[in-house]
Structures are given as structure tokens and as C-alpha cells.
Design a protein around this ligand. Structure first.
Ligand SMILES: [Mn+2]
Length: 271
């Protein structure tokens, strides 16, 4: 049976989804700090409400995770959560894939360290993981892949993927979805129009990963981990699109459903 439709007509699905957050240094806050009414010398942990709304709309319970790189804390977080969403944000430190930061933007070591530690324990536990944008890049690098630090410089003739001068939900390119993938099961279509807000992309694909979505110019827009129940990621931002194009909610519904399933299995195992 198609589980997507069982959620739609079913009762409230209570899966707790932990969402990784931005770590913004005080020195980078600038005028934003004034709007937040923060006092000086305060770093901020922030999360776009688009992620929170998407998870909630998909009948999950969104929780913003504090970026604390401590093993015991992360273990507790994973005990509390039924799924983890790795959100978009700053560029990953290229040192993780053996390159020096040349064309990358701002790098936030605290966030990189926390998310690498969280992902390591999450895949060990096989808790459902959804990566979005930076989240996809994080998963690829964790599995020993590499990134183009800047797509435009890597291949100047390629389509533009960093379209930030249009509304965030605007359709930019068509993405082909591979059959027999979590993305195909979630979206129930073989291609979909998406936004594109990234200046980095996958260069070498990581070990044990499968490409699940690509644009016509061969940019990798979707991946999943072969031997995990649900560790899947997209390069686009469905959380910015679902309120205009309902189809983009399907990925969150599928993810919340997988997380609910995981919770039930886990509870059955531990009792
Ligand atoms: Mn793109």
C-alpha cells in the first residue's frame, strides 16, 4: 500500500524531527542583530521557519537542535528524535574533502563539527535522515565524496543554479527522478520542477551513495545511502516551495512517515 496516502487520510503522526540550525557568529550578525534585539557579543542559533512549517504541515513535530558538538548530548538528541533533518546554510569546510577553502563562502566550524558528529551517530543508528541543500553536500562529504566549491567556476558553460534574485519558491529547472528511489516513492512522479539556490554541488559522489535525481546539465540534485533505511537528500529547497506547489510537501510527509515507522520499530525492539 502507498504509505503517502495513508498519512493523508490518517490520524496525527507523532514523529519528532530534529532540525539542524545555523550557527551565526556575533561578528557576522551586523544589522540582523539589531532586528533580533540581541545584545552585543551574542552568537545566535537560528532556523528558517520554512523547515518548521513543512515538518508541522507533514504532521511531524519539529524541534530545532542546538549545535553542540558533544557525544553525550548528541546521543540524547538521537534518543529523543525519530528523524533528523540536516538543513541548508553555510558552505562546508573544504578541508573535510581534502581541499583548501578557495571559492567557498563563509565557513562555520562549530556547525560543521556538530553536524558531522550528529550524522555519524545517526547513520550508525539508522534513524531516518533527510538532507536539504547543505544537508545533501554534508552527506556526500561524510561518505568521502567531494564538492565543486563554486559551480560557475567549475564549469562556466553550465546552467545557473544560484538563482537568488527570484522568489524563493520560483521554479528554475526540471529535475529527473530515478525510478526505485525514495524520492520516486515520495514524490510519485518521474520529474519535477524545483527552485535552485546553491552555488556548490557534488563533484565526486561519495562511497555507498546512489544518485536519485539530476538536472539536464547532469548536476546531482538527489542522493540516497544504499544500505540505510532512509538517508536521502535533495539539492533544492522543497520547504520553500510547498506552500505554492503542494507536491513538494510529499517529501516531508514521506520522511515523517518513515520516522514514525522507525519510532514504532525502535519501541518494539526496546520493550
Ligand atoms: Mn539546482
Amino acid at each position: 500500500m502507498n504509505r503517502y496516502y495513508t498519512i493523508k487520510g490518517g490520524s496525527y503522526i507523532s514523529a519528532v524531527i530534529g532540525i539542524s540550525s545555523y550557527y551565526v557568529n556575533d561578528s557576522e550578525m551586523g544589522t540582523v542583530q539589531e532586528r533580533l534585539r540581541g545584545v552585543s557579543n551574542q552568537d545566535m542559533s537560528m532556523c528558517s521557519t520554512d523547515y518548521l512549517n513543512a515538518i508541522y504541515k507533514a504532521k511531524g513535530i519539529p524541534i530545532i537542535l542546538s549545535p553542540i558538538a558533544n557525544h553525550k548530548y548528541i546521543k540524547k538528541v538521537l534518543d529523543m528524535c525519530d528523524g533528523i533533518l540536516f538543513s541548508g546554510g553555510s558552505d562546508l569546510n573544504p578541508l573535510y574533502y581534502g581541499e583548501t577553502p578557495s571559492e567557498s563562502g563563509t565557513i562555520v566550524p562549530q556547525r560543521d563539527k556538530f553536524e558531522m558528529m550528529l550524522l555519524k551517530q545517526a547513520v550508525k543508528k539508522d534513524i531516518p535522515v533527510l538532507g536539504i541543500c547543505r544537508g545533501l553536500q554534508l552527506i556526500n562529504v561524510f561518505y568521502n565524496g567531494s564538492l565543486h566549491q563554486d559551480i560557475n567556476l567549475a564549469n562556466p558553460k553550465q546552467e545557473k543554479h544560484d538563482i537568488i534574485n527570484l522568489p524563493k519558491w520560483h521554479k528554475i529547472h526540471k529535475v529527473k527522478i530515478k525510478k526505485d528511489s525514495h524520492l520516486a516513492r515520495a514524490y510519485q512522479v518521474s520529474s519535477i520542477n524545483t527552485n535552485s539556490l546553491h552555488h556548490q554541488s557534488i563533484n565526486e559522489l561519495g562511497d555507498n551513495l546512489k544518485i536519485t535525481a539530476q538536472t539536464a546539465d547532469k548536476t546531482i540534485e538527489g542522493i540516497e545511502v544504499k544500505d540505510k533505511s532512509f538517508t536521502t537528500a535533495v539539492q533544492w529547497h522543497p520547504e520553500m516551495m510547498f506552500s505554492h506547489f503542494k507536491i513538494h510537501l510529499r517529501l516531508f510527509e514521506y520522511f515523517v512517515d518513515k520516522s514514525h515507522e522507525y519510532k514504532n520499530q525502535y519501541m518494539n525492539k526496546s520493550t
